[in-house]
Design a protein. Structure first.
Length: 75
């Protein structure tokens, strides 16, 4: 989910962000889906912490998985 936080910047972002916590919840199987949509956002980046959340959707509109992540941003 770190790329969702860096899209607000025009240039290549010079930092990395190792994951402190990652939570994945799998709701449904979607092997038959032609494609997957990952809706990822980073609603908070303050100090050295970056929070992220994501939803993974099938091509027929089913929520397949949810995720939350907390990252430590370092230069």
């Amino acid at each position: 989910m770190y790329p969702a936080a860096t899209f607000a910047h025009d240039a290549m972002f010079p930092f990395i962000a190792p994951s402190l916590d990652l939570i994945m919840c799998f709701h449904l199987a979607g092997a038959e889906s032609e494609w997957l949509l990952v809706d990822a956002v980073a609603p908070l980046a303050d100090g050295a912490l970056v929070a992220g959340k994501a939803s993974i959707w099938s091509s027929d509109g089913r929520l397949l998985a949810s995720a939350m992540q907390q990252m430590l941003q370092r230069s």
